[in-house]
Ligand binder design. Structure first.
Ligand SMILES: Nc1ncnc2c1ncn2[C@@H]1O[C@H](COP(=O)(O)OP(=O)(O)OP(=O)(O)O)[C@@H](O)[C@H]1O
Length: 322
C-alpha cells in the first residue's frame, strides 16, 4: 500500500529525541460504583506500535478515550504528547489521529468530499517536519477507496466505511494514532493492506500507534509491545514472543509413523524431537513442532485474573454471610 505523497517520503520521526508519546500512571476510572480502571500504568515511546488486548468490558475503549481527551479520568497522571489530555487544546488535538470504535454518521456525504473536509481542518497545523494535511487522492488510493471517491458514505460496505475511518484518522499526518478495533469488518486483503499501512506509518513517519483489537494474530503481526488489560490493570506486557514464553506450556509435537498420527506435549520440544528421531529415524514423517502461542499466553493470563476475581468475590460473599 503506497502511503507517501508529495514530499512525505522525507518526513522523519519528529519526536525521536522527545519524551514518551504517552505516559499514564495510576490511571483510574469509576463509573458509578464500578471501578473499571484500578491503576493502569502505560508508556508508549515515539514510533512504537502498542496493542492493547483484553476481554470485552476490560476498559480498553475507556483507557483510549481518556488518552484522547474524550473522557475525564477519576484519578491518575496522564501526559499525551507532553500534555494532559483533560486540558489539551485544538493545536494538541491536531497532532492526534483518532479512529473510534463506533461510526460518526455522515451518510449523505460523498467519500472524497468528506475526507477533503476533514483534511482542510489540519492546514493551519502544518509544520516543516509534518506537512498537513495528506493529499486526499493519494490517501484514498492508499486505503483502497479511490474507485468509491464519488460514492455516498451511506452506500459503502462495513469494511469500506472502516477504511474511510482509517483515512480520516490519518489525513492530518498524526504523530500519535489511536485505533479502536480498526479492522473489524475488513476482508483478509484489506487487513493485510492495513497492517502494511501501520508498519509504514511507524517506520517511515515515526508515528506512535496505540491500537485495540480482539484479533491475536493481528496483535502479533503489528505490535512492538502488547499490553493485556484485565480486571482494571495491565496484567502482562511484552512482545508476542516474550508473552508466549512466559506461559511455559512447552511445545506440542505432532508426527506420523506407520500411517498413524501422534501428538505429544513436551516441556522441551527440541529434546523430544531428537529422541524421537534417534529411535525411529526415517519412519517419522509429517513432523510439526508448535510452541506456546500468544493465544495460549492470552488465555492463561486472562483466565488467571478471572479466577482471581472469582476467588475474591467468593471470599467477599463468605464475609457477607458471616
Ligand atoms: N459511559 C459509561 N457509563 C457507565 N459505564 C460505562 C460507560 N462506558 C463504559 N462503561 C463500562 O465500563 C466497562 C469497560 O468498558 P469499555 O468499553 O472501556 O471496555 P472494552 O475493553 O473497550 O470492551 P470491548 O472489548 O467490548 O470493546 C464496561 O463494563 C462498560 O459497561
Amino acid at each position: 500500500m503506497a502511503l507517501t505523497d508529495d514530499g512525505a517520503a522525507s518526513v522523519a520521526a519528529p519526536l525521536a529525541n522527545a519524551g514518551p508519546a504517552v505516559e499514564a500512571r495510576g490511571l483510574r476510572m469509576r463509573y458509578g460504583d464500578d471501578d473499571v480502571l484500578k491503576g493502569v500504568d502505560l508508556t508508549a515511546a515515539p514510533g512504537e506500535v502498542i496493542v492493547l488486548l483484553g476481554p470485552n468490558g476490560a476498559g480498553k475503549t475507556t483507557t483510549i478515550e481518556i488518552l484522547e481527551g474524550f473522557r475525564m479520568r477519576s484519578a491518575g497522571e496522564v501526559a499525551v504528547l507532553g500534555t494532559d489530555p483533560a486540558v489539551g487544546g485544538e493545536a494538541w488535538r491536531a497532532r492526534l489521529g483518532i479512529v473510534l470504535q463506533s461510526w460518526r454518521d455522515h451518510g449523505n456525504w460523498r467519500v472524497r468530499e468528506m475526507l477533503a473536509h476533514f483534511a482542510a481542518h489540519y492546514t493551519p497545523y502544518a509544520t516543516a517536519e509534518r506537512p498537513r494535511p495528506r493529499d486526499v487522492d493519494a490517501l484514498l488510493e492508499a486505503v483502497g477507496l479511490a474507485d468509491r471517491a464519488r460514492a455516498k458514505v451511506s452506500s459503502l460496505s462495513g469494511g469500506q466505511r472502516r477504511r474511510l475511518d482509517v483515512a480520516v484518522g490519518i489525513v492530518g499526518r498524526p504523530e500519535l494514532l489511536f485505533l479502536d478495533e480498526p479492522t473489524a469488518g475488513f476482508d483478509p486483503l484489506a487487513r493485510r493492506d492495513f497492517h502494511d499501512l501501520v508498519h509504514r506509518l511507524a517506520d517511515e513517519e515515526g508515528t506512535t500507534v496505540l491500537l485495540t483489537t480482539h484479533d491475536l494474530d493481528e496483535a502479533e503481526k503489528l505490535a512492538d509491545r502488547i499490553l493485556i488489560l484485565a480486571d482494571g490493570r495491565i496484567v502482562a506486557e511484552g512482545s508476542a514472543d516474550e508473552l508466549a514464553r512466559r506461559v511455559g506450556t512447552g511445545s506440542e509435537v505432532r508426527w506420523t509413523r506407520d500411517g498413524q498420527r501422534f501428538v505429544h506435549a513436551a516441556p522441551d520440544g527440541t529434546a523430544f524431537v531428537r529422541e524421537l528421531l534417534e529411535q525411529h529415524g526415517d519412519a517419522v514423517t509429517g513432523l510439526e513442532v508448535r510452541r506456546a502461542s500468544l493465544e495460549d499466553a492470552y488465555m492463561e493470563m486472562v483466565a488467571r485474573h478471572e479466577s482471581g476475581r472469582t476467588a475474591e468475590a467468593a471470599a467477599a460473599l463468605e464475609g457477607i454471610g458471616r
